[in-house]
Design a protein around this ligand. Structure first.
Ligand SMILES: Cc1cc2nc3c(=O)[nH]c(=O)nc-3n(C[C@H](O)[C@H](O)[C@H](O)COP(=O)(O)OP(=O)(O)OC[C@H]3O[C@@H](n4cnc5c(N)ncnc54)[C@H](O)[C@@H]3O)c2cc1C
Length: 375
């Protein structure tokens, strides 16, 4: 089908927008909200391929976290100390801001704290974490002002098949991903941001006024300022960007009676994560063991990762419990050579806020404010 506009569409509904945000995940929606709050009379369109965002936002684990010790140590191998500490601080501030902006109840936030656990194969990681504990705590204190973020816990009371020493961080917590998405969406819609859902942007062209987008039906929408917030999919429209897809998979059990723990858990440098929700256990990750296969936009999960996660649950997390797997799903994250997101003005009409490196829940409030400040 080819789209031929009516007079009403051309003169009102499709009149040039002040701002178009491409991508209506949690980042795009928060950007649109922040722009509207700064420019209340602006015409803003929020564009997405699907009625529900389909990428990572509605498919994640709901960790409000800023990184375990082993994850931070791993990051220090690839990035400078300042970058790593600043990123951790942005994540921490983002969590605080998220809770302040939307409220604990609306997003199902619970300040449970987090644990980093080590299974029997990870004694070297535990040793490295213990050796660097004071250093990491003092570096984090210099950016966050918080004392002793990571505390040692000895004696495994969690009924898990793990080493007796683990770390606890009282500043992290869990939220309900469904509630977070719904709350952010309700706020965006209440501010009269125009939704263009079901609109798959195929081309982006520069115009005298800014940019014009087009879908496969040749329905064109234009704007003065275009903000790209489609995370892993950004490199499809802008191949020069260092953004690659990274599939993350999750499984969740049926309800289990008397679960012996409450909180969010990190393992294997952050590559494995699990938590409780509604008396179930949700576990995700393992991507690092199947990196090539998981560098994909394919949402269909793999049996290999499903079995890997299920085995981790049976042998490490819930060794003494009977349970069944209820669901298995995947989402697509965005990675690059660097872990820092791409947040920048590309030219006078184009801004980028993409490549969340699996941290978008925590980073959303801060990065969306940074984008709004540029406009
Ligand atoms: C399994 C998994 C677990 C995770 N766990 C956590 C966690 O516990 N804590 C945490 O902080 N982060 C976590 N993340 C990462 C977090 O979910 C993401 O960083 C965040 O959701 C990114 O949001 P976004 O809005 O940038 O991108 P997305 O949610 O991917 O949204 C991008 C949107 O752009 C749209 N789009 C793409 N191309 C086009 C186009 N051409 N035209 C129109 N629309 C388009 C898509 O349809 C999509 O809706 C996890 C991710 C996964 C996959």
């Amino acid at each position: 089908m080819s789209f031929y506009p009516s007079y009403w569409e051309r003169s009102i509904l499709l009149k040039t927008f002040d701002f178009i945000v491409l991508g209506a995940g949690i980042i795009g929606k928060q950007i649109a909200i922040k722009i509207k709050e700064k420019h209340p009379s602006a015409r803003i369109a929020l564009v997405d391929k699907y009625p529900l965002p389909l990428g990572a936002s509605t498919r994640n684990a709901g960790f409000a976290c800023f990184g375990s010790i082993s994850e931070i140590l791993d990051d220090l191998k690839h990035s400078s100390k300042n970058e790593v500490m600043e990123l951790a601080n942005k994540r921490r501030k983002g969590i605080t801001q998220l809770v302040r902006e939307f409220g604990t109840e609306a997003i199902g936030y619970r300040p449970t704290g987090s644990y980093e656990i080590f299974d029997n194969q990870q004694s070297i990681d535990l040793e490295a974490a213990l050796n660097n504990l004071d250093l990491i705590n003092s570096e984090l204190k210099s950016v966050t002002g918080l004392d002793h973020i990571f505390e040692i816990k000895k004696g495994n009371t969690l009924e898990m098949n793990v080493l007796k020493t683990c770390f606890y961080n009282r500043h992290e917590g869990m939220l309900n991903t469904g509630m977070l998405n719904e709350t952010i969406a309700n706020k965006a819609h209440s501010l009269h941001i125009t939704p263009f859902y079901g609109y798959d942007v195929k081309t982006i062209a520069r115009t005298n006024e800014g940019y014009e987008l087009s879908n496969e039906d040749n329905l064109r929408i234009s704007c003065n300022q275009l903000i790209i917030a489609n995370n892993s999919f950004a490199s499809i429209l802008f191949p020069e960007l260092d953004v690659v897809p990274a599939r993350g998979q999750i499984i969740i059990t049926n309800p289990i009676k008397d679960l012996p723990f409450d909180g969010i858990f990190h393992s294997d440098k952050g590559y494995i994560y699990f938590r409780n929700i509604d008396n179930r256990v949700l576990i995700g990750g393992g991507r690092n063991h199947f990196k090539d296969k998981e560098t994909t936009y394919d949402f269909e999960g793999s049996l290999e990762i499903k079995e890997f996660l299920e085995n981790y649950l049976r042998t490490i997390v819930l060794p003494n419990r009977h349970f069944e797997i209820d669901m298995h799903w995947s989402g697509i994250m965005a990675m690059g050579k660097e872990k820092l997101p791409i947040v920048k003005r590309e030219n006078e009409n184009l801004l980028l806020c993409v490549r969340m490196s699996g941290m978008g829940v925590a980073l959303g409030p801060i990065l969306s404010s940074e984008i709004a400040e540029m406009l």
